[in-house]
Design a protein around this ligand. Structure first.
Ligand code: DHB
Length: 391
């Protein structure tokens, strides 16, 4: 069969792209190895930039984000025994929304279904081929066992950091930039009321902790841990002791409750350039990964496909692939700013395993410089709430 755009990956990037293309009258097919329930039950990030909210609500996906997403006008940075607020509205006139990625996914999957989009979950044996021809091909076996071959004008790899698409670009045609970190996050969900009105990012001598939230009765929290940590070694009591001792160093006390989910999240910075090869383009985590501090991953993926939809319209209208190079250049400008921001937030707030007392005091100095100055905190506020769109 034939479609205009074949999309590998039905996460937020792939589904949002398919939605935007449909609005422009462009057909697409989206496939994913995972089942819909599997994607829905994987806990991911929780913070949307204003531009991401606008993309969801303003393009007709759903206005549920306005009803169910709590507006956050700032965050707190806690260090050196106290808590310090960064006031996004006062500093840069912007805010964020707390709206979990799983809800973003559900809204997008529902909208594609409502609008008659072609989305196939639970497929197998996926391969892509003929990337340098005028009609690249996507092959897969659907959930019923039938084999499919879809020719398209362009293939989009929105299949995440462990997907197959970015590996199709020959080494001679791409550069990879990466950085690893000697720590990870231990993430939990707890049945308890909120412990703070806004998110609190804690620097402490025992390491980083983040107090986030989900609802009035369910809270999301993270603490820095060893990448090899085994969740089986962590009882509820041990988790609460560790969290309380970190936040307690900054005068914060958490409301405890039963822990219903626990997992270790890997940490990595990664970019593959360019974000296109022949008629294959990459979007979201398929092209870049950020460490979670600062919640940029989902927002970057949505920013990618907003630009990509525009450039794909040009490809469809004009026939040549120059707009794919333009997409890569435009997207990478934002990607690298977000790479820096995520790296900076990470290194400012986490304690390296071999940190000296000097290193810890220096970080406290950095945090005091940021929170104590309008210029310093305005940079953080601008980056956290998201930069204006790239031209
Ligand atoms: C959440 C995750 C983040 O990485 C972050 O910086 C803020 C919030 C969250 O899952 O709630």
């Amino acid at each position: 069969s034939r479609t205009q755009i074949a999309i590998v990956g039905a996460g937020p990037a792939g589904l949002m792209l398919s939605h935007l293309l449909a609005r422009a009258g462009i057909d697409s097919v989206v496939i994913d190895l995972r089942g819909r329930r599997e994607i829905e039950s994987t806990h991911r990030a929780g913070i949307l930039e204003q531009a991401s909210v606008d993309l969801l609500a303003g393009t007709g996906v759903s206005d549920r984000v306005h009803r169910d997403g709590d507006r956050h006008d700032g965050i707190e940075l806690a260090f050196g025994g106290g808590r310090h607020r960064i006031d996004f509205r006062r500093l840069v006139g912007a805010s964020t929304r707390l709206y979990p990625q799983t809800d973003v996914f559900v809204d997008l999957a529902d909208a594609r279904e409502r609008d008659g989009g072609d989305v196939r979950f639970g497929v197998g044996d996926v391969s892509v081929d003929d990337l340098l021809s005028d009609a690249p091909v996507l092959r897969f076996t659907d959930a019923g066992g039938a084999r499919h071959e879809v020719r398209a004008d362009v293939l989009v790899g929105a299949d995440g950091s462990r997907g197959l698409c970015r590996r199709q670009v020959p080494e001679a045609h791409r550069a990879q930039y990466s950085r690893t970190y000697p720590f990870a996050w231990f993430g939990i969900l707890a049945e308890a009321p909120p412990s703070a009105p806004e998110l609190v990012y804690h620097h402490s001598p025992r390491g980083f902790a983040l107090i986030s939230r989900r609802t009035e009765t369910l809270q999301r929290m993270y603490f820095q841990c060893d990448p090899g940590e085994d969740v089986a070694d962590w009882s509820d009591d041990r988790i609460w002791d560790e969290l309380q001792s970190r936040v307690g160093a900054n005068g914060h006390r958490l409301v405890e409750g039963p822990i219903t989910s626990r997992s270790v999240l890997p940490f990595r910075s990664f970019v593959q350039e360019p974000m296109h090869h022949g008629r294959l383009v990459l979007a979201g985590d398929a092209a870049h990964t950020v460490p979670p501090t600062g919640a940029k991953g989902l927002n970057l993926a949505l920013a990618d496909v907003r630009v990509l939809a525009e450039e794909l319209e040009r490809v469809v209208a004009g026939g040549d692939t120059a707009p794919l190079a333009a997409y890569s250049e435009r997207a990478l400008r934002r990607v690298w700013k977000a790479q820096h921001f995520s790296y900076w937030m990470t290194t400012m707030l986490h304690t390296l395993p071999d940190a000296t007392p000097f290193d810890v005091r220096r970080q406290e100095g950095e945090l005091a410089a940021v929170t104590g100055s309008t210029a310093g905190s305005a940079y953080l506020a601008e980056a956290y709430t998201g930069w204006p769109g790239e031209r």
